[in-house]
Write a protein that binds this ligand. Structure first.
Ligand code: SF4
Length: 446
């Protein structure tokens, strides 16, 4: 057996795609005889997987890199520091010039090149590859997964939508889909290993997936059929691409969770047009009505921002109105953050920060009440919970998720373990968590 070439430590910021990419690069390096370590002090290679979506996400990485400077000073050339992901793509060589300790900069489409870039860094050169690709999907690479019962699986990469506020089309390049066969093969492998009980299919716009005429609904059907005991989820979807094949697949396959993450971003048609979201508020609301009709009880979550350039109080009221009408179970709510290079950057960040903060607080207040009310309505329901592990509070309590992705805690019974499915009756709920009692004699299926 070849000696271990080095010990690599990963630190990941940002979205699920980034966590999935970290597993991908870990897989590439493990195959090249690197060992992945969980203690940074044991590492001679540190990779920071970065996010550019908001200014403060980048600031966090810059402060982290500054913090690592001391470590670099102590270890000198023995320590290689790499930056991967969206910041690597956005800042390219500037990152090396600005942060003198960075030795490797690798963009999201260049991960196969990481072993060579590390070798260059070890020879005292800077290893940089930020080339974007039109067809890279990493279809034949096995990620090194360390998470317990849940697995992320990237099915498409990139984005062609160019929402005016977003850097993703610039940092992750054009949209491309991984072949159905290679995805199904990976799901078969996960099923054969037996550890994975939940798979989340990932992509910037999963529902614009397309492989030789097969759309996302067909992919969902194929993945769901591999192992009916594995729950399947997916994220993220764009409203303009949401077609009935996906809704029918969810309706017809018990193991496809009845949960859809469907960002609306803003409630006013004018702001949506300025954002280049390509749908109106009426179209969004009519899509939601259609989803609720096709899949009774469907659970919905969303992304929404306040303070986009030009957003008036009336525009913001339209956003609150959509929240109140749709009644999402969860919402990821943000203040608009201008990103250089985007169209919105040129519009001027003209909503004062105190107005953004006030709107964000009001939005959060409305959503918290809705989440609470939604969970109150679940009291008495029988739900199937996938056990994830011990509850953060309460001795001998377990936590898990409902099919609708809501966290649930309940008293452990002898023999129960992560990965088991258990039937429960909901007894109470806050805005974030349900409490339940286990139904001992119920047969459990997904
Ligand atoms: S759909 Fe819009 S917000 Fe989502 S990744 Fe693409 S450009 Fe960004």
């Amino acid at each position: 057996m070849e000696d271990v070439k080095g010990k690599v430590y990963f630190e990941t910021y940002g979205c699920q795609m980034n966590f999935s990419d970290t597993e991908l690069v870990a897989g590439i390096l493990a195959k090249d005889h690197y060992e992945v370590v969980t203690d940074i002090n044991d590492a001679d290679l540190i990779f920071i997987n970065t996010c550019s979506i908001r200014e403060n996400a980048e600031q966090r990485v810059f402060s982290r890199l500054k913090h690592l400077r001391g470590m670099k000073r102590r270890k000198g050339k023995e320590l290689v520091v790499g930056v991967m992901g969206c910041m690597a793509e956005r800042l390219k060589t500037n990152l090396i010039e600005k942060e003198k300790l960075v030795d490797v900069v690798v963009g999201p489409d260049a991960y196969r090149d990481v072993p060579r870039l590390i070798q260059m860094a070890k020879l005292g050169e800077k290893g940089i590859n930020t080339l974007l690709s039109l067809d890279e999907t990493y279809e034949n690479i096995t990620p090194l997964r360390t998470e317990g019962i849940s697995a992320w699986l990237t099915v498409m990469r990139g984005c062609d939508n160019f929402c005016t506020f977003c850097v993703v089309p610039f940092t992750r390049g054009r949209e491309r889909s991984r072949p159905v066969e290679s995805i199904v093969k990976e799901v078969e492998l996960l099923s054969a290993e037996g550890r994975t009980k939940e798979i989340t299919l990932l992509g910037q716009n999963v529902n614009s997936y397309s492989d030789s005429g097969k759309q996302f609904g067909a992919l969902l059907e194929a993945v769901a059929a591999v192992d009916r005991s594995i729950r399947i989820r997916f994220a993220t979807s764009h409203p303009k691409d949401f077609s009935d094949d996906v809704l029918l697949a969810i309706r017809n396959n018990e193991n496809l969770c009845k949960y859809i993450h469907i960002p609306f971003q803003a409630g006013s048609t004018k702001v949506l047009a300025d954002m280049n979201r390509t749908y109106t508020r009426e179209e969004y609301l009519s899509l939601i009505d259609h989803m609720k009709t096709m899949i009774p009880g469907v659970s919905l979550s969303t992304d929404v921002m306040v303070g986009f350039p030009g957003e008036t109080e009336a525009d913001f009221e339209d956003t609150l109105d959509i929240m109140r009408r749709v009644k999402f179970d969860t919402a990821f709510m943000f203040k608009y953050s201008p990103r250089e290079g985007t169209k919105a950057f040129k519009m001027g960040d003209n909503v004062p920060d105190e107005v953004k903060t006030d709107r964000l607080n009001r939005l959060i207040e409305v959503q918290e009440r809705i989440s609470f009310e939604n969970n109150q309505k679940r009291i008495g329901n029988i739900e199937t919970i996938l056990i994830e592990g011990p509850a953060p509070r309460g001795v001998n309590f377990l936590r898990g998720k409902t099919d609708s992705n809501v966290a649930c805690v309940f008293q452990a019974e002898p023999g129960m373990k992560p990965g088991d499915l258990v039937k429960v009756r909901i007894t109470s709920g806050t805005g974030h968590t349900l409490k339940a009692e286990v139904l001992k004699d119920e047969t459990v299926s997904i």
